[in-house]
Design a binder for this molecule. Sequence first.
Ligand code: TYD
Length: 196
Amino acid sequence: MALEGVDGSGKSTQARLLAVSLLQQGREVVLTQEPGSGPVGQRLRRYLQGADRHLSPQEELDLFLADRREHVEQVIKPALAAGQIVITDRYYYSSVAYQGALGLDPTWILAENEAFAPQPDLVFILVLPVSQALARLQRPHQLSELPLYLEQVAAIYHNLQGPHIQRLDATASPQTLHATLLARTLEALGEFGGVG
Ligand code: TYD
């Protein structure tokens, strides 16, 4: 499953909380993220933190695709093959939204990704107003976090459709949001109803 949303929407916190709850239930969970921890992912993180966004949108996309290919082969596919639950903090919908917001065609980006990356059973998009998301970030904003750009990112997330895509109100408290996320995840795992 994948967690998506604009910077500051609480994805990383929720991914961790969800992983812990599922682990406590005795399930095998792999918590992972994009950009990844390999060489391309590290290069991407340095680039995103830099003062200058000098790559073209296509060059950016190519790097995210290269990073994702590595992530899929080295982390996601082996975990799925071992029957583990994969929780990824960002996945290819981030490329659709963030590189789409730079002017590339979101539908085409989606197709490029779905050609090699397994489609998640569940995608949670955490939704909250960009102004609130930015206010939550406690670090200096990167270029990728400019309000107008993020509004465009949010608009593309808003248009994503599919039976596996669910939206959650991320203005809720972390605990409330976690409870909802866990319930929806258990429902999807086919064990809704709990014990007793
Ligand atoms: P983020 O999850 O915010 O990392 P961190 O919280 O550690 O800073 O991701 C970093 C940035 O990468 C974020 O602004 C979105 C961007 N991004 C893309 O533009 N395209 C992509 O395909 C991915 C995965 C991320």
